[in-house]
Design a binder for this molecule. Sequence first.
Ligand SMILES: Cc1cc2nc3c(=O)[nH]c(=O)nc-3n(C[C@H](O)[C@H](O)[C@H](O)COP(=O)(O)O)c2cc1C
Length: 142
Amino acid sequence: MSALVIWESLTGTTRKAADLVAAGLRAAGIETTVSPAARVDLAALSAARLVIVGTWTDGIFVVGQKPGRAARLWSLPFMTGKPAFVFCTYAVDPGHAVQKLAAIVEDRGAEVIGGQAVSRFHVERDCTALVEQVLDAVLPVS
Ligand SMILES: Cc1cc2nc3c(=O)[nH]c(=O)nc-3n(C[C@H](O)[C@H](O)[C@H](O)COP(=O)(O)O)c2cc1C
């Protein structure tokens, strides 16, 4: 089982979240690569059984929230048929940014299974919740 975490970040929070998610997956025995959205590791994408895509929330803080740098995300390489999770970091209120990111990632061919809003003030807590979602979905019950 291998995974790829793709991130887009302006000031570093989402990059940190991507690294935390990757560390959590590795701790569960999943070989995980981390790539910026601008330079996706295509070999890792091809090998990945699971993709996680994260970006930041862009809006007017309480209205019009959408995934940050959406244009770049709409141009991500195709991930046809791969199960995926998405996350958006935010400061105040993510609105529907996570659902909008899910729609973009589905447009790239992935099958989005879940998503998580990650507060920039509680990055570890919310990334742990995301890792739990992923592990619940992909690890066989023993
Ligand atoms: C232009 C801009 C717009 C933002 N709009 C929102 C918003 O509408 N709602 C919100 O909760 N946070 C908003 N934020 C905060 C960021 O989403 C948040 O700080 C995020 O964690 C930053 O991630 P990054 O460090 O990876 O760039 C905005 C930040 C910027 C720079």
